[in-house]
Design a protein around this ligand. Structure first.
Ligand code: BGP
Length: 500
């Protein structure tokens, strides 16, 4: 068909995103309480992040932050011998005006950020919200609005107030649903007239254990029972917001990097579908309002009985989401032997894909994965989709002025943007927008490092928090500015051999 002339819609929401614990810092400001992620130390690509905790007898311990259950009665504890990146992060708390001005000057149209729950309810249990915390988020929203940037708020991004974890087992308890709804009420009341787009949870399909679910277990039971309570919390929040502000848009975010069958062996192909259902299990309930048939088999095979109470099914039906948001950084492959349980937990080992090259952190780069997921999800739900996270984590090397020549990031974005353009123009998927992950450099969630950088804007800070925290736009910032000014004219058109 030769070269195509494809164009992005003029009102496409181009922007970027951050999460509170990776960017904000300011942990002692505005009466903020401690959250589970505060106790997670800095790690590296080879050294897992650790969590430090204390037992009731006063003994202090440290263990891997992910993959292991916490002992019963353990409580997160800050050990002066460790560096905890979330406490200070890149100090967005004190730099947000400058940062949002830089976003605006680049032309960003949407800014995705998350709420630190304990800034609003320091333990989660208070009756009244902390006004100073609400003031902070309101001024972020006002700052965005001043420049015509659409704010998008993630209500809960992978963390939970430490108090709810230590006293209620977090999302294993229905008490946490009530606390979450109190948070939503406070946010909607204060910000609902100024914020249209909300995300109830981040990567709800990949949460487990103390950090994200707030429970001492780390297994399939906690994963699925915790999720049931989060489904209810999300549905009730959707209903509340729609009642308070008709026209508001609520979604949830899923880790949805695709997986492909490793071979054409029928069992591998079917296994791919089964693995994909480990993601769609979560979105099917939240987008359609009921558990899909295959959920029964998943739960039975794991011996998990959901604590469904009378009324739950109606809540799920009445609180379906308006849009699907997802993160996609790579693709994976599966074969029939790759899924196996270890100690009651579903483990998947992924085969490497001989057709793709990996990033420095071992994530295969696969631009077409975006077009694939957009189509896969749109075929399933016919609802708008937000590409909430995508981007390139790389080691950037600044010159003496802090300027980074990140041509590799420009190439990455170009390749990925072309696939989005095809999904919109050729496949006619309803794509709301694209919020590049870590639009300003921030702390990596996986490793706790600074050196894994995603941003258009460099932050002068090292893995241990040393540095001036000066913000310097990178080469990709200027490329993106031009891209936005010309509605993508600096993105070559290309052939699409995949039209039949
Ligand atoms: C997602 C999280 C983000 C972000 C991203 C990149 O799972 O929602 O918070 O961190 O992954 O991961 P990493 O920081 O490990 O590079």
């Amino acid at each position: 068909m030769g070269k195509m002339k494809l164009e992005f819609p003029k009102d496409f929401l181009w922007g970027g995103g951050i999460a509170d614990f990776q960017a904000e810092g300011g942990y002692e400001e505005s009466g903020r309480g401690l959250t589970t992620l505060d106790f997670v130390t800095q790690g590296s690509a080879t050294e897992p992040r650790k969590i430090t905790y204390m037992m009731p007898d006063g003994s202090k311990h440290v263990q891997n932050a992910r993959g292991l259950p916490m002992p019963e009665h353990a409580r997160g504890y800050l050990d002066p011998n460790y560096y905890y990146p979330s406490l200070h992060a890149v100090d967005f708390y004190h730099h947000y005006k400058e940062d949002i001005r830089l976003f605006a000057e680049m032309g960003m149209r949407i800014f995705r950020f998350s709420i630190c729950w304990t800034r609003i309810f320091p333990t989660g249990m208070e009756e009244a919200p902390n006004e100073a915390g609400l003031d902070f988020y309101e001024s972020i929203v006002d700052e965005c609005r001043k420049y015509g940037i659409e704010p998008l708020i993630t209500i809960c991004h992978d963390e939970i107030p430490a108090y709810l974890a230590d006293h209620y087992q977090g999302w294993l308890s229905r008490t946490t649903i009530d606390c979450y709804l109190k948070l939503c009420k406070a946010l909607f009341t204060r910000l609902g007239s100024k914020v249209k787009y909300w995300t109830t949870f981040n990567e709800i399909n990949s949460l487990n254990g103390y950090i994200s679910l707030g429970c001492t277990r780390y297994d399939d039971y906690s994963r699925y029972v915790g999720a049931h309570h989060m489904f209810l919390a999300s549905a009730l929040a959707v209903k509340m917001c729609h009642e308070m502000y008709p026209g508001s848009m609520l979604g949830a975010m899923y880790a949805a990097s695709p997986c492909y069958p490793l071979t054409c062996k029928p069992e591998d192909v079917f296994m791919q579908m089964q693995v994909r259902r480990r993601t769609f299990y979560f979105s099917d309930v939240m987008m359609r309002g009921y558990y899909p048939g295959y959920a029964r088999t998943i739960l039975e095979s794991k011996g998990v009985e959901l604590p469904i109470q009378p009324g739950d099914e109606q809540i799920l039906r009445e609180g379906t989401l308006d849009y699907f948001a997802f993160s996609c950084y790579r693709s994976t492959t599966v074969n029939v032997n790759t899924v196996f349980p270890i100690k009651g937990l579903e483990i998947m080992s992924m085969d490497s894909n001989p057709y793709l090259k990996n990033t420095a952190w071992g994530w295969p780069k696969d631009p077409m994965s975006l077009r694939y997921v957009l189509n896969e999800v749109y075929d399933r739900y016919q609802k708008p989709i937000l590409i909430a996270e995508n981007g390139l984590g790389e080691i950037d090397r600044p010159d003496e002025n802090g300027y980074v020549d990140d041509e590799y990031r420009i190439q990455y974005l170009k390749e990925h943007f072309k696939e989005i353009r095809k999904a919109i123009c050729l496949d006619h998927v309803e794509v709301l927008g694209y919020t590049m992950w870590g639009c300003i450099d921030l702390v990596s969630l996986g490793t706790g490092e600074m050196k894994k950088r995603y941003g258009w804007i460099y932050v002068d800070m090292d893995d241990l928090g040393n540095g001036s925290k000066k913000r310097v736009p990178k080469k990709s910032y200027y490329w993106m500015k031009e891209f936005l000014e010309t509605n993508g004219a600096n993105l070559e058109q290309d052939d699409d051999p995949l039209i039949i």
